[in-house]
Design a protein. Structure first.
Length: 107
């Protein structure tokens, strides 16, 4: 097994579906889980929380993101760090590609 993960182009690693949401885990170990998401236009990820701190890095498209009681816009290049248990949701305005990093405990 390789000691590293290499993906030449994240934008080519997943395609937003015509309708719906697609996710693909690209790396997972005891410290990190990295998941690529592809959302079609108009998709919504309803409010939820994560048990670990997380980072959302938007690679393509436009979305509205709710973080606690705040609403923010996201587009290609947007980077959001969230502490564990922060309620958040996403609603896409265009097809979206997003990298989600779940930061696990280093124990």
């Amino acid at each position: 097994m390789s000691a590293y993960t290499h993906i030449l182009d994240l934008l080519q690693a997943i395609e937003p579906p015509a309708d719906g949401t697609l996710s693909r885990t690209i790396h997972q170990d005891q410290h990190l889980k990295a998941v690529l998401f592809g959302f079609s236009k108009g998709q919504e990820l309803s409010e939820h929380t994560a048990s670990t701190p997380a980072i959302m890095h938007f690679l393509k498209g436009e979305a509205s993101v709710t973080l606690g009681s705040d609403g923010v816009d996201a587009s290609a290049g947007t980077w959001i760090h969230m502490p564990a248990q922060l309620p958040h949701s996403i609603k896409t305005r265009t097809p979206v590609l997003m990298l989600l990093l779940l930061l696990k405990s280093a124990t």
